[in-house]
Design a protein around this ligand. Structure first.
Ligand code: NAP
Length: 546
């Protein structure tokens, strides 16, 4: 998407208001918003709850945190200079390197001067008369702007289990998504990890290396596959750099913006030998290949999915010495790839170590947290450290934590009570001049690719308005209905939409989120972009602009 000539006008939008645009969050979306909105000559203010940039990669500094996407496919693509200057050290880099990268970006483009850190937004209210948003921070300070852009991230509202006694524990406890900056040593310590999603799996395999005793509390197991990470040396980085145009082009063409391309063959269109050879190759290959680059029907055809699940189950059996433990680690309630696949490095082998114990919460549920540890229906366990890897109130949770009200005081949480409705995942009816980057119904996946697209689309819309002296953009109800219908249609037939997970809006730890809702757009990213491009090309008829 390129900037049209009219959007080059520097047109400060809102004299009398504190800012032209307020952005909430200085993660990958917020940083890129500053860069692009400055091109329009706008006064941008970013409010960030943390003390540094990075969002997800600032908060999730738990041991073992690293990319599950290829590093070079995850970085920003917009600046050749940036691509030329930054070297990735691993195919799947770790959190410290990612945080360094995002700080490098912030410094290179001088983004920090528009960010106010340690500033959590408490409420945001639309003022129809003055066509502006009024934002109140936790410290009580008030700020106004013409536009408000949420750059909250889909996984940024950590949730604790609703166990009795969490506050009673006398040792130290941490949530993976709120990990402290200080170094936490596990040496010789009795450590519990509760939760075995992508965060838990990464933490478990790291903590097991040094903990005196590690006890993993698992409710429903997940299908985990090997990451096959390795370092990148100078020569390989040079080859990767030379291939950036093709790499980003591929990411533009794939369904979820990953580098892996779906195999056009059906699972049953090949011989058994061919199928097994292909799956062996994928299992031995890096990253999400086995999930995103498999036969075209593994995520839609239950029979194909069952075959693949059996293949991965056998891999687990082959890696875990104790057959009873192996069986506990094999999911029974969902097929491979129907929930987000955690990527691992010797995760299953962790359970062969003498210092690691697996407790199935399906067999012996946690009854409470005690002063000294965890009580299940079967036993009392004592710990020095408890790690909660219990996930997030995903997609809409970060919105729910801000008191957002639109036209006539309508509350966003009320509007979205039985699931979000949006226009292209960017706008909500009744909330004019509010734009979302990576909101519900946007194209998730390898997120930075979608972030760049979303940000540029919003930038172009604001540029379009500036060029015409327009100060209000509101999504028309019929446009919201049409888009939501498309989201619903695209959700049909995908096995993952029949399973409880954050991707279907379920979080047992959050009041009112026990049933599945359509929080996610399940179509392909190219289809998403085509729809949005069309809206822009037609001059935004789906929006009431004034
Ligand atoms: P998650 O996938 O939602 O996993 C949470 C885990 O905690 C699950 O095992 C869940 O069990 C368990 N749990 C939650 N509440 C519980 C309770 N009350 N009692 C017992 N167990 C409970 O969360 P996550 O691991 O933080 O990952 C969330 C998403 O973040 C991932 O899917 C991924 O998209 C993203 N992520 C990405 C990366 C990366 O790219 N490198 C790394 C980490 C996370 P049940 O399954 O039984 O509910």
């Amino acid at each position: 998407m390129t900037l049209s000539s009219e959007t080059n006008h520097p047109t400060p939008e809102a004299p009398g208001l504190d800012h032209d645009v307020i952005v909430i969050g200085a993660g990958m979306s917020g940083l890129y918003l500053i860069y692009r909105l400055r091109e329009l000559g706008l006064r941008v203010r970013v409010f960030e709850a943390g003390t540094g940039v990075g969002g997800t990669w600032y908060w999730n500094r738990y041991p073992g945190a690293r990319f599950d996407s290829e590093s070079y496919s995850y970085g920003y693509s917009f600046s050749q200079e940036l691509l030329d200057e930054w070297d990735w050290s691993e195919h799947f880099s770790s959190q410290p390197e990612i945080e360094r990268y995002l700080n490098f970006v912030a410094d290179k483009f001088d983004l920090r001067r528009d960010i106010q850190f340690s500033s959590r937004v408490r409420s945001a209210a639309y003022d129809g008369e003055n066509r502006c948003w009024n934002i109140v921070l936790e410290d009580g300070s008030r700020h106004s702007s013409r536009f408000m852009i949420t750059a909250l991230g889909p996984l940024s509202a950590p949730t604790m289990p609703r166990f009795a006694g969490v506050e009673d524990f006398q040792g130290r406890s941490f949530h993976t998504g709120l990990w402290p900056k200080e170094n936490i040593s596990f040496a010789g310590k009795r450590v519990a990890v509760i939760g075995t999603g992508a965060s838990g799996v990464q933490a478990i395999q790291e903590v097991a290396k040094t903990a005196g005793q590690l006890t993993v509390f698992q409710r429903r197991p997940n299908w985990c596959t090997p990451l096959h990470n390795r370092p990148i040396d100078k020569e390989e980085m040079a080859r990767i750099r030379a291939g950036y145009p093709e790499l980003f082009q591929r990411c533009r063409e794939t369904a979820a913006c990953f580098v892996h391309t779906v195999d056009p063959r059906g699972t049953f269109e090949v011989t058994v030998a061919e199928r097994n050879a292909f799956w062996e190759e994928l299992y031995a290959g890096p990253g999400f290949g086995i999930w995103q680059g498999n036969f075209r029907d593994i995520l839609t055809d239950p029979k194909a999915n069952k075959l693949l699940s059996d293949f991965v189950a056998d891999k687990i059996r082959g890696r875990v010495h104790d057959p009873d433990i192996a069986e506990l680690l094999i999911p029974r309630d969902h097929g491979f790839g129907t929930r987000r696949v955690p990527q691992e490095t010797h995760y299953y082998e962790v359970y062969n170590r003498p210092n690691v114990t697996l407790v199935s919460m399906l067999e012996t549920p946690v009854e409470r947290i005690t002063r000294t540890g965890v009580r299940t229906s079967g036993a009392d366990y004592e710990f020095d450290i408890i790690i909660y890897a219990t996930g997030f109130d995903a997609v809409t949770g970060s919105f729910d934590r801000i008191d957002i009200s639109g036209t006539d005081g309508r509350k966003l949480t009320e509007e979205w009570k039985s699931g979000p409705t949006t226009f292209v995942g960017v706008m909500v009816e009744g909330f004019p001049n509010m734009f979302m980057v990576m909101g519900p119904h946007a194209a998730l996946g390898n997120n930075p690719r979608s972030i760049e697209y979303n940000v540029e689309w919003v930038r172009d819309l604001i540029g379009h308005m500036s060029g015409r002296d327009l100060t209000v953009a509101a999504a028309r109800p019929e446009a919201v209905e049409e888009w939501t219908g498309f989201v619903r249609q695209k959700a049909q037939g995908l096995l993952s939409n029949e399973i409880d997970s954050w991707m279907t809006g379920v979080n047992m730890n959050v009041e009112g989120k026990q049933t599945r809702t359509l929080v996610r757009y399940s179509g392909t990213a190219p289809e998403y972009r085509e729809w949005c491009d069309m809206v822009a090309a037609k001059g935004y008829p789906e929006l009431a602009l004034a």
